[in-house]
Ligand binder design. Structure first.
Ligand SMILES: Nc1ncnc2c1ncn2[C@@H]1O[C@H](COP(=O)(O)OP(=O)(O)OP(=O)(O)O)[C@@H](O)[C@H]1O
Ligand SMILES: [Mg+2]
Length: 243
């Protein structure tokens, strides 16, 4: 689904990603741990194709196609979707209209609206996207937009941050639907989840974990084992372990 080879990225002349390699297969969910400022969001924004992330070297392939120079809108149309760490507020755009835009050209199942009703979030459909939404409400709004878009590769930048324990279950449920976690054979959807707390992994199983430090991936393996190691020994142990 996604193959990143030796990716080097600068932001405003600052070297942020330094030789990233990452493979995510069809149907797989990976998670990404790492210190603040290590480059996790930069990686997701670069995969999506946002401007300002200057690729100095390397290659990004999505569904077997080189997308290193493909514009963001085409990557989105090909099936890449992102939950922002800090999404913008869209004044004058109602959430229900945004869902219609996200769904454009797709199967109109109305799943996003059905879930909005199921989780008592339907009154927000008439509100402007993210305007005055609480931290947890923003995450639900972002996930509804993704459910309408129905991407094949979903990039989730700290989906559980600021979400209370009860709503965590709802967020987890929405991500499970996005990543087809209830399908065990021939699952088509893939995901990459950034998490600091690891809470989301109690609801959404990940196949593989990665630790990013200082713009490089230091470790790859069983996500729960990696997370346990970070909790016990801190990121310094990742540095020592690699040496
Ligand atoms: N527009 C920018 N101008 C200058 N530096 C930037 C810019 N955007 C990001 N950076 C820097 O790039 C580095 C990586 O930032 P990034 O947001 O990718 O980190 P992160 O791993 O997602 O951190 P966090 O866990 O805090 O979200 C940071 O040092 C950040 O300050
Ligand atoms: Mg970040």
């Amino acid at each position: 689904m996604l193959k990143i080879e030796d990716l080097w990225v600068d932001i405003h002349g600052k070297e942020v990603l330094r030789g990233i390699n990452l493979h995510i297969g069809r149907g797989e969910t990976h998670c990404l741990f790492g210190k603040n400022g290590s480059g996790k969001t930069t990686l997701l924004m670069t995969i999506m194709g946002f401007s300002g992330y200057e690729i100095k070297q390397g290659r990004i392939s999505f569904k077997g196609q080189d997308i290193t120079k493909t514009p963001l809108n085409e990557r989105s149309a090909m099936g890449a979707g992102l939950l922002f760490q800090r999404p913008p507020t869209l004044r004058g755009v109602k959430l229900k209209d945004m869902l219609a835009v996200c769904r454009r050209g797709k199967d109109d199942s109305g799943l996003a609206e059905q879930l909005a009703v199921k989780y008592g979030f339907d009154r927000f459909l008439e509100r402007e996207v993210n305007l005055g939404f609480s931290g947890g409400e923003i995450k639900k709004s972002e996930l509804l937009q993704l459910l309408a878009q129905n991407p094949d590769l979903t990039l989730l930048d700290e989906p559980e941050s600021g979400v209370d324990i009860e709503n965590l279950q709802i967020i987890g449920d929405m991500i499970r639907k996005l990543l087809q976690k209830d399908i065990h054979r021939n699952r088509q959807k893939s995901g990459l989840i950034i998490t600091h707390t690891g809470f989301i992994l109690n609801y959404v199983a990940a196949d593989r974990g990665h630790v990013m430090l200082d713009g490089q991936i230091y470790c790859q393996g069983n996500p729960l084992e990696i997370f346990e190691g970070i909790q016990k020994y801190g990121y310094e142990e990742c540095v020592r372990c690699r040496q």
